[in-house]
Design a binder for this molecule. Structure first.
Ligand code: G6P
Ligand code: ZN
Length: 543
């Protein structure tokens, strides 16, 4: 067994997007493709001698092969130890948790999150830093530049090791410890939430349905909900991770989690429903015949955070991505704490969390989390809701209804135009940018534009700057239309149009969402020329 230096040629386009490098499995299967990227990560990090790396993924197709490759490359770069999840499995929040708990230099997450898996699906790789969160853009850009000039990579030629058996083995000088993927994470959850109260709630006959979507969170949910919290067997559905997620799209929204929505819409629906995505960092919260938007979920949790032992001391601040509704801002105001508005992408919360400026964070894209780790965390949000339901004795619908009555309701919807031709999507955005200067003050019928801009952000902690993060048209009553191109797709472009309207009067809190937003939807089409540019008369997905 020895360390080999292998000659390689650069691949174009290995630039990490919103959340790591994501490409079709077939692209990752090209000889040296993964190796080049991993070598570029290690080159960017510099000296890894004596350090610990955490490694795991969401179990999608190609996960196991990639784990072996990365283990053998880590051994060739002097790492003292790799902690790898059994079977190559670790949810994204669990990676973050394990990095922090074991003082690792960083971790590698193998996932394309909610993108479909299988031989024709997507694969992805992301590097997380010692704080537990995604590498900042300065690091991902350095990795990308390295991929452009790479000539060789180093790898051990030792045989593959058994990643299914817990315990320690070696590749070269490096220790490989196969760990229980759930244990450290479950222990952290137990410290944050009132497990006794939740257990008592299930003991009183409370019923729940958790949809694992055949992705990574199944084993976590089974251990914690059905094991530690005593929820009845069968509470977790689609709980076995499959390499192709059972052919489904593991994205917890009302469109892709249709089975859960149907269960929650039935007359004998359970009290509470939830789902998580491919790598376990997203969450969707559903009540009986009642969906909760991610933006409202963040606001409700923030307003009630004190019910959970981990947040009893109060919140330092709240952070949300720009397109996320401003429901949380109203809670922050009431609590007298700051609310930060960041670009889309969890990585932008990292500095705020590290600096102790924010405790809770959330995104409209079904992401919620806190300073307990540096990733968003699907099951954490579900447990927070369970803690709140147990402490209040109220239903999901009651809790949200009371929240609206107190703070007003931010009607909210996202319209996605998927698989649009990239050039047309870019032209739509470019033409909007040209219009920006003329929009302020315009009367668009029903609404007058207060200001319009292309969101740019200066990080209040490290001063880093991000430009062109989404076009906002903000009306004088605070209603908003935001246009943005997705940074996570792998086919063509996805245009996202985010619509938000604030309604203070409880008499108007129960309109169908699309109806409440209809005037804004029309304006979004008129100003953006969406149909003209995309050739689509309506969105592919509305959430
Ligand atoms: C990933 C990131 C999130 C982001 C989401 C949507 O899940 O971790 O932080 O909000 O992608 O990104 P997109 O660019 O597709 O709108
Ligand atoms: Zn995810």
């Amino acid at each position: 067994m020895s360390i080999q230096t292998v000659a390689t040629k650069a691949f174009p386009g290995q630039r990490p997007g919103t959340s790591g490098l994501r490409k079709k499995v077939t692209i990752f299967q090209q000889p040296s493709y993964l190796e080049n990227f991993v070598q570029s990560v290690f080159d960017t990090l510099g000296d890894c001698a004596g350090k610990t790396l955490v490694l795991g993924g969401d179990g999608r197709f190609h996960n196991r092969e990639a784990v072996q490759t990365i283990l053998h490359m880590a051994a060739a770069h002097g790492y003292a130890k790799v902690l790898v999840g059994q079977g190559g499995i670790l949810s994204t929040p669990a990676v973050s948790c394990v990095i922090r708990k074991h003082g690792a230099l960083g971790g590698i997450v193998l996932s394309a999150s909610h993108n479909p898996g299988g031989p024709d699906g997507d694969f992805g790789i992301k590097y997380n830093i010692a704080a537990g969160g995604p590498a900042p853009e300065s690091v991902t850009e350095a990795i990308f530049h390295r991929t452009e000039s790479i000539r060789q990579y180093r790898i051990s030629d030792a045989p593959a090791i058994d990643i299914d058996r817990l315990g320690v083995s070696r590749i070269e000088q490096m220790e490989v410890e196969v760990i229980d993927p759930v244990a450290d994470y479950a222990e952290l959850m137990r410290r944050l939430f009132d497990f006794d109260a939740i257990k008592a709630l299930f003991g009183r006959g409370f019923r729940m349905c958790f949809d694992g979507m055949h992705a990574v969170s199944g084993p976590y949910a089974k251990t914690i909900l059905e094991g530690m919290l005593g929820a009845p067997a069968g509470t977790v559905i689609n709980g076995v991770p499959l390499e192709d997620f059972g052919g489904h799209h593991p994205d917890p929204n009302p469109v892709n989690a249709a089975q859960l929505i149907a269960i929650m819409a039935a007359d004998d629906a359970p009290d509470f429903g939830a789902a998580s995505d491919g790598d376990g960092d997203r969450n969707m919260i559903v009540g009986r015949k009642f969906d909760v938007t991610p933006s409202d979920s963040l606001a409700v949790l923030a307003a009630n955070a004190a019910v959970a032992p981990g947040y009893r001391a109060g919140l330092k601040g709240i952070a949300r991505s720009m397109p996320t509704s401003r429901a949380a801002d109203r809670v922050a105001d009431a609590l007298g704490i700051p609310c930060y508005e960041t670009p889309t992408g969890w990585k932008f919360f990292g500095t705020l969390l590290d600096a102790g400026k924010a405790t809770l964070c959330g995104e409209e894209s079904y992401g919620t989390g806190s300073d307990h780790i540096r990733e968003k965390d699907g099951l954490w949000a579900v447990l927070f809701w369970l803690n709140l339901l147990a402490a209040s004795g109220k239903s999901v619908e009651q809790l949200v209804g009371e929240h609206w009555a107190r703070f007003g309701r931010n009607y909210y919807s996202r319209h996605d135009y998927e698989g649009v031709e990239a050039a047309a999507a870019n032209e739509l955005m470019a033409s909007l940018r040209i219009k920006l200067a003329t929009l302020a003050g315009q009367d668009l019928g029903h609404y007058v534009v207060d200001f319009a801009d292309d969101f740019d952000y200066t990080d209040p902690v490290d001063g880093s700057h991000a430009t062109q993060q989404g076009i906002r048209i903000v009306m004088t009553d605070g209603s908003r239309i935001v246009y943005r191109l997705s940074g996570t797709g792998t086919e063509g472009a996805t245009l996202r149009v985010y619509l938000e309207r604030y309604e203070a009067d409880p008499a108007y809190h129960h309109l169908p969402t699309q109806q409440a937003l209809s005037a804004l939807i029309l304006i979004a089409e008129q100003v953006g020329g969406i149909t003209g540019w995309t050739g689509r008369a309506r969105p592919t997905v509305t959430t």
